[in-house]
Design a protein around this ligand. Sequence first.
Ligand SMILES: Nc1ncnc2c1ncn2[C@@H]1O[C@H](COP(=O)(O)OP(=O)(O)OP(=O)(O)O)[C@@H](O)[C@H]1O
Ligand SMILES: [Mg+2]
Length: 313
Amino acid sequence: MPFPPLLFRPVVTMASAKAYMSNIVRIESLGYSYPPLDANDQPEWVLRDINLEVSEGEFVSIMGATGVGKTTLCMALNGIVPQSTGGIIRGNVIVDGFNTKRHPVADLAQRVGVVFQEPETQLFNVSVEAEVAFGLESLGVPRVEIANQVTWALSVVGMSEFRERSPFKLSGGQKQRVAIASILAMSPKILVLDEPTASLDPLGKTEVFSIVRELRQQRGMTIIMVEHESERIAEFSDRVIVLSDGSAKIVDTPANVFSRATEMQALGLSVPQVSELAHRLNRRNNTNYVFTQFEETYLALTENARPDSRSST
Ligand SMILES: Nc1ncnc2c1ncn2[C@@H]1O[C@H](COP(=O)(O)OP(=O)(O)OP(=O)(O)O)[C@@H](O)[C@H]1O
Ligand SMILES: [Mg+2]
């Protein structure tokens, strides 16, 4: 099913549409410093020089050590940084053709939705329905249109039967699904998720990941997700961005990123166990294995272990 028509998006001319069709997100030399505690302090650049282009429909994961600026980068994608946080920004963030410096957060929310780590902090209405309707209500969207959007968004996340329920009486995974629905109701093309499963149990994690996968595969959404679990990243992502020292230090496919096991570990980041296994086998046996997922590892190793495969080479 395609996205419902978006009645509230300003008209975009063909010429400007062409300019951003391929790169739906463009980050150019982004630097950002939160406001210093003391006005006389020098700015501390959390983000120093981020350059990144994300294609429409791409799934990009962001990794980086604690405090490296992952959440700050997510907030820069929908204009919260710097519009709500203040501070100093340099460079540009352009999402779906809109420069985040020049458009209010409410306008940007219709193009890029951000889901944060703790579902509790994102829910504050009395019912699931009110929660999902909230963003559209604040834009003054007609009631019938809101009801349709809410019905659609709740069905996408499999929460239709919880419409009347208080969000606070849901499990962690269900809360996060409602948080995602409230973002989807605004029909953004880009979904940014900041460690959306960090506080969830394994079932909740699986629920959220399968919704994100479906949004990407069935609906062509562009996904940017901060995540620590390298196995999940390997399973879902087209590209991985490794943030370090305020810039995108590595930008590559999961296979290429996770084959740099030593470098990743030096940055305090994990790689899938099978990538670590490939790294060790390569060092010991002078092989060139690149593994990121269990199945391919099993197939490669069992194939090589077969007596007839040895004799045929
Ligand atoms: N509102 C704020 N004011 C001042 N400094 C802040 C503020 N929010 C975050 N910081 C600082 O900016 C840096 C980056 O924080 P951020 O939350 O973006 O990192 P992160 O990579 O998301 O960390 P984590 O892995 O813990 O989620 C940290 O040094 C943090 O202390
Ligand atoms: Mg964070």
